[in-house]
Design a protein. Structure first.
Length: 327
């Protein structure tokens, strides 16, 4: 907070007014206009690999003979234990052009994986996450006309038990748009708990609203953020939740900036640690399952790179990302 005060003393009243006008006009508030942005150069990054999942849905991972790890997963082993920092690149290379049952509609010349350097920090009010990655030579898939690249964060606070073990996969099902061969299917991400029952293609019947309300009340949903990027660094942000579907919040509280140098993007998200429901409180002493996804080369839907389930803590603890307090 000390930094806050000294910065405010330096800016004139006119500058403050301009800043206020800017705040009300833009969806994505530039982070450099905020007093408290961390000094990223001093923060150590953690590299993680994101890979193309093709159509390897939750159901396919648990189809008999569909996945060598299914028995051990059921017995308690998490995805990360078997694959994390081990074979993500190999999986991505294989899956992106697997053909047949696994990747029926591949994008020619698409790279199979991306390495992202992730930095996290927090201050008195905000949590920050920076994702830096070289997306390499991405063919233009022309699926998303507006946005070249999109970066998403999925976050939980421990309320969704499976999220700490399987990350994104528990929200990814065979009966979602582009996962199924049927063009009439438009379903978005959902959690198995939101369905009356789950079968080999996911679950079609959504639980009654009263049941969903109870799940929401218990925090049994995932929070997501997405920064939609243009080559000139323009970024628009959406945030929302995933329970019976992906629902965008009417007004995002997450802000983001983006910068592209060559084929390398640096994308920084920020939000208040305590932002009110449906946003999850981010506070010390808790472990937060977190996963990152990147759409590159004007892609949409399943044509993205995804991370396995990672963990975030504030201040100290055992996790992939330990966000230090900025003073
Ligand atoms: C006990 C270890 C183990 C666990 C736990 C495990 N897997 Fe696997 N997984 C394997 C093995 C072994 C293979 C087959 C070898 C391969 O194809 O890489 C595999 C294959 C895969 C593939 C297909 C790779 C390809 O190239 O075709 C994906 C995707 C995958 N696993 C994701 C996951 C996810 C997501 C989870 C958690 C829900 C998970 N795995 C849990 C061991 C495991």
């Amino acid at each position: 907070m000390r930094m806050n005060v000294s910065l405010i003393q330096q800016v004139s009243f006119a500058q403050l007014c301009r800043f206020a006008a800017l705040l009300s006009l833009t969806l994505a508030v530039p982070l450099d206009a905020r007093a408290a942005e961390p000094n990223w150069a001093k923060i150590e990054g953690r590299n993680i690999t994101l890979f193309s999942p093709a159509t390897m849905s939750w159901e396919r991972l648990f189809t008999p003979r569909g996945h060598s790890g299914q028995k051990e997963y059921r017995e308690g082993k998490n995805c990360l234990v078997c694959h994390g920092d081990i074979d993500e690149k190999e999986m991505g290379k294989h899956l992106v052009k697997a053909g047949g049952y696994i990747e029926p509609r591949p994008i020619a010349d698409k790279p199979g994986w991306i390495v992202a350097k992730v930095k996290t920090a927090h201050d008195a009010e905000n949590f920050y996450i920076q994702v830096e990655f070289d997306e390499g030579a991405q063919p233009n898939a022309q699926m998303d006309k507006d946005f070249e690249t999109k970066v998403a964060v999925i976050l939980d606070d421990g309320s969704v038990p499976e999220a700490s073990r399987a990350g994104c996969w528990m929200a990814c099902h065979s009966n979602m748009a582009s996962m199924s061969a049927s063009p009439t299917i438009t379903a978005t991400k959902y959690l198995p708990e939101s369905r009356v029952s789950m079968g080999s293609a996911g679950g079609d019947q959504i639980k009654p609203e009263a049941d969903l309300a109870k799940l929401r009340e218990a925090g049994n949903y995932l929070e997501y953020w997405q920064g939609r990027l243009k080559a000139d660094g323009t970024v628009s942000v959406v945030d929302g939740t995933i329970l019976e579907k992906r629902s965008e919040n009417a007004k995002p509280v997450v802000t983001a900036t983006a910068k592209k140098t060559g084929t390398t993007w640096t994308v920084t998200f920020a939000r208040k640690k305590i932002a009110g429901r449906p946003h999850k409180d981010i506070k010390p002493g808790k472990t937060y399952p977190i996963a990152i996804a990147i759409h590159a080369g004007f892609t949409a839907q399943r044509y993205h790179y995804v991370s396995l389930e990672r963990k975030l803590v504030l201040d100290s603890g055992k996790a992939d990302f330990v966000a230090a307090l900025q003073k």
